[in-house]
Structures are given as structure tokens and as C-alpha cells.
Write a protein that binds this ligand. Structure first.
Ligand code: UD1
Ligand code: MG
Length: 456
């Protein structure tokens, strides 16, 4: 089946009240991106031609987050079948309703479902099933819908927990909610779903019994309980994050990175790590980080929106903020913060510095305590430091300012004017030395103190 024969309906209209949040549930971040984007990414990996997101009427921010994917509005949350119906205008023409085409229903609050599992469902469709349901066996089946199989092992019906009898409740195979339905059959089937059940809702799960009654075949693909983990509360969110991080850490190690204490390293959805990278304990990668081969990220670093070149050494205790590029073999040491700045190849900022809105040339050395004063209270300005320049410790570089190639700035300087190539600049009070003055001072003060004691 060609990849363009799959369209996705992503259900996101639920309110998610158990998150107790002003933010819609599906926008809470998982691995550094909104939860809903995970399902969209899985759909894209699968090669889905279209994804339509079903939202509630007051979910403008969700619509913005998923753009350019189209959204369909479900006016009232009357159940999962009603939600799928809301996507019909956007998909009615999909693949001309071909039997070979699939409409895949995903939940925005079930973000860990893997594209490989979805592929297996498409495969099962190709083998002749009109409806394929992703089932799983959770440690505690709780209130999930149960999958009822017939003698031949085909799916006969899905029964919601509230509507299930004792025998049905004993079934351990549960409904994840993910479903792949023939584009030829889906609209006719969902149109006929009623709401005569315990909740008075239109259950998408009823599609199976209706399909069977029409003589269509239905089947189950089993997935892992962790990948269909649904997020309803903040503790579910933390549990999903844990599952995601464990898998990502394992993948980083498989791909050739050393994680000294894997459980304390946090990745984002788009973190890219090269080979022979050593990552120390307690390192956090926010979104947009690339680490090239052979780098060392020492303990306690916080890194986001940064590109780290081959062989660079970062940390311990470094913070790289968005717009940072650290080129080959350069060094960013302890208590150094870098933002929107380039550190050229082999450049070093080893201790206690802030480098913001700056360009540091290759091989330059930034002394301890150097600060780029990039903000004048209204606007940000740039600092340029030439190749091979040396900035003495505790220098304030008041931007906009340029220090030329090979120039040398004396320690403790406040540099407000540009320094030409190969020049030496100092900008600090001249030192005065008075011979013997300390001794005189001590004698005078000791005498003063003796007089005071006598008087009291
Ligand atoms: C659903 C399934 C159940 C399954 C469980 C897995 C039905 C009837 N039941 O139950 O068999 O075991 O998921 O987690 O499908 N949504 C809308 N509009 C609505 C209702 C829901 O968009 O009117 C969305 C929600 O945002 C959510 C998803 O559909 O993403 C599932 O809805 P939810 O209410 O959580 O269904 P469950 O009762 O958990
Ligand atoms: Mg649910």
C-alpha cells in the first residue's frame, strides 16, 4: 500500500480537566515539545498524507500549535465517534474512499505510540481487515474498553468497561483507542453509531460490531502497554516522560554515546548526539541541540538551542542558551553562560563568564570573569572578538564593541571602544604604590586604639 493512502484523525477535543491546568492537556510538553506533536510526528513517520486534528470550539492555541495541519471543530464532546464524524468534511474525499486507503484514528493524549506499531496495523489492513484495533494487555486493565474475540481469534466487538458484564470485564486484552479503518467503510459505519449506552455518548468502539454485522472483518494488533500509555494527569505525564527518556537514553548508548549515569540525563525530542560523546551525570538537553562526534559534556550542564562542534568540551556546570554555536575543539568551562554567540574553533571560555550576542574568533582566550555587556536597558548589542585575541580576567566588554585579531585586553578592563588588531588595551585605574605607607598607617591606627581604651 503506498504511503499516501493513510490519513490520520487525531482526537484532541477532550478537556483534560484532571491536569488542573489553564493550558490544554495536549499542549503540556513531553520531551520538550507539546504532547500532541508526538502523535503528529508518528503520523509523519508513517508517511500519512494528511492529519486532521479534532479540537473543541475554544481551543485556538491547540489549532495554532498543530498548524499547518488542518483542524476540525467538534462543537460538543459527545464521544469518540462524534469526534471522528467532525473530521469527515476534511477527509470525505480522501483517496476517493478507496478500500485500499486507511483512516487512522489516534489520540493526542496517547503520545508514545510507535510508527512501527502503526505500520503493523496498516499491514493488517492489507491482509483484509476493514477495522484494525491496537490492543494491549496492561498490568491492571482497570476501566479500559475490552476486546472481545471470536473462536477464530478475529475481533468481534469492543465493550466499554461500564457496559461490560462480569465475563467481559475478566478479559485482559484492552482497547488502546488507536484504530485503522478502511476509507471505503468508515463514514457509513460511524454514521450509524448511536448513543444508547451507560454514558449516553457516541462510542467509536461500536464500529467493530457494526462492521461485523455488515460482514466486514476486524482484527487486533497487539502493542506494548508502555506505548499506549494515556495521559490524564500530571503523574501520567511524568510516567510518560520517564518511558520516553529511558528509551532515548538507551538509543543514545546504542548509537555510541557514553552516559555515565543514564538515569540523570534528559533529552529532548530533537536532540542529536554523535559518536564517542561522553555525557556526565545530571545533564539536561532542551530542544534544538546537536552534539558532534567526540565531545565531552561534563556534569550538570543545561543546554538548549545549541550546536556543539566535534571534540568540544562543555562544563561541568555550563549553560548554553539558544543561538549558541561552539566550534571544533573549543571549551566552555564551569559557570559559563553562552547565548546567541559563536565560539570559533579552539576558543576557550573556561571559567565564570557570560558571552551573549557575540562572535569569538578561533583560538581566542576569554579570561575568568569576562562579561559581554550586551544590554543597555533597551537594546541588545554585539561583541566581536577576533581570532587569537586574549581577554584578561574580569573584563567587561561594553557592546557594541570589537576586539581585533590577536589583540590583548588587560585584566580588569572595562572596554567601551574598539581595540585594533594586535593592540594591547587596558581600561582601569592606574596603580599607585607608596613605599612604607602601610607601616605608617598601622602605627597611627594602633595609637588611636590605645587612646580609646584608656578613655573608656
Ligand atoms: C476510550 C475508549 C476505550 C479505551 C480508552 C483508551 C471509546 C468509547 N472508549 O475511552 O475503549 O480503552 O479510550 O484510553 O472510544 N475525545 C474527543 N471528543 C470527545 C471525546 C473524546 O476528541 O467527544 C478525545 C479525547 O480528547 C481523547 C480521546 O478522544 O484524546 C479519548 O477520549 P476519552 O474520553 O479519554 O476516552 P476513554 O473514556 O478513555
Ligand atoms: Mg481516556
Amino acid at each position: 500500500m503506498p504511503a499516501d493512502q493513510v490519513a490520520v484523525v487525531l482526537l484532541a477535543a477532550g478537556k483534560g480537566t484532571r491536569m488542573k491546568s489553564e493550558t490544554p492537556k495536549v499542549l503540556h510538553p513531553l520531551a520538550g515539545q507539546p504532547m500532541i506533536n508526538h502523535a503528529l510526528a508518528a503520523a509523519a513517520d508513517l508517511g500519512a498524507a494528511r492529519s486532521v486534528v479534532v479540537v473543541g470550539p475554544d481551543m485556538e492555541d491547540v489549532r495554532r500549535a498543530v498548524a499547518p495541519h488542518p483542524t476540525a471543530i467538534q462543537p460538543r464532546q459527545e464521544g469518540t465517534a462524534d469526534a471522528v464524524r467532525a473530521a469527515r468534511p476534511a477527509l470525505a474525499d480522501f483517496a476517493d474512499g478507496s478500500e485500499d486507503a486507511t483512516i487512522l484514528v489516534l489520540y493526542a493524549d496517547t503520545p508514545l505510540v510507535r510508527p512501527q506499531t502503526l505500520s503493523r496495523m496498516i499491514e493488517a489492513r492489507r491482509e483484509g481487515a476493514s477495522v484494525v484495533v491496537l490492543g494491549f494487555r496492561p498490568p491492571d486493565p482497570a476501566e479500559y474498553g475490552r476486546l472481545v474475540l471470536d473462536e477464530s481469534g478475529s475481533l468481534e466487538a469492543i465493550v466499554e468497561f461500564r457496559d461490560a458484564d462480569v465475563a467481559q470485564r475478566a478479559i485482559t486484552l484492552c482497547n488502546s483507542g488507536v484504530m485503522a479503518v478502511s476509507a471505503a467503510a468508515i463514514w457509513n459505519l460511524v454514521d450509524r453509531i448511536g448513543n444508547n449506552n451507560a454514558k449516553g455518548e457516541y462510542y467509536l468502539t461500536d464500529i467493530v460490531a457494526l462492521a461485523r454485522a455488515d460482514g466486514l472483518s476486524c482484527s487486533v494488533v497487539e502493542g506494548d502497554a508502555t506505548e499506549v500509555l494515556g495521559i490524564n494527569s500530571r503523574s501520567d505525564l511524568a510516567a510518560a516522560e520517564d518511558v520516553w527518556q529511558r528509551a532515548r537514553r538507551a538509543a543514545a548508548m546504542t548509537d555510541g554515546a557514553t552516559l555515565i549515569d543514564p538515569g540523570t540525563v534528559w533529552f529532548s525530542h530533537d536532540t542529536r548526539i554523535g559518536r564517542d560523546v561522553v555525557i556526565g551525570p545530571s545533564v539536561f538537553f532542551g530542544p534544538g541541540v546537536t552534539v558532534a562526534d567526540g565531545c565531552e559534556i561534563r556534569a550538570f550542564c543545561h543546554i538548549e538551542g545549541a550546536e556543539i562542534g566535534p571534540g568540544a568540551i562543555i562544563g561541568p556546570f555550563a549553560r548554553l542558551r539558544p543561538g549558541t554555536r561552539v566550534e571544533a575543539e573549543s571549551r566552555v568551562g564551569n559557570f559559563v553562560e553562552v547565548k546567541n554567540a559563536v565560539l570559533g574553533a579552539g576558543a576557550k571560555a573556561n571559567h565564570l563568564s557570560y558571552i551573549g550576542d557575540a562572535e569569538v574568533g578561533a583560538g581566542a582566550n576569554i579570561g575568568a570573569g569576562t562579561i559581554t555587556c550586551n544590554y543597555d536597558g533597551f537594546l541588545k548589542h554585539r561583541t566581536e572578538i577576533g581570532t587569537g585575541a586574549f581577554i584578561g580576567s574580569n573584563t567587561a566588554l561594553v557592546a557594541p564593541v570589537r576586539v581585533g585579531q590577536g589583540a590583548l585586553v588587560g585584566a580588569g578592563s572595562t572596554i567601551t571602544k574598539s581595540v585594533p588588531d594586535d593592540a594591547v588595551a587596558t581600561a582601569r585605574a592606574r596603580q599607585t604604590v607608596i613605599d612604607g605607607a602601610a607601616k605608617t598607617y598601622r602605627a597611627r591606627k594602633a595609637a588611636e586604639k590605645a587612646t580609646r581604651k584608656k578613655e573608656s
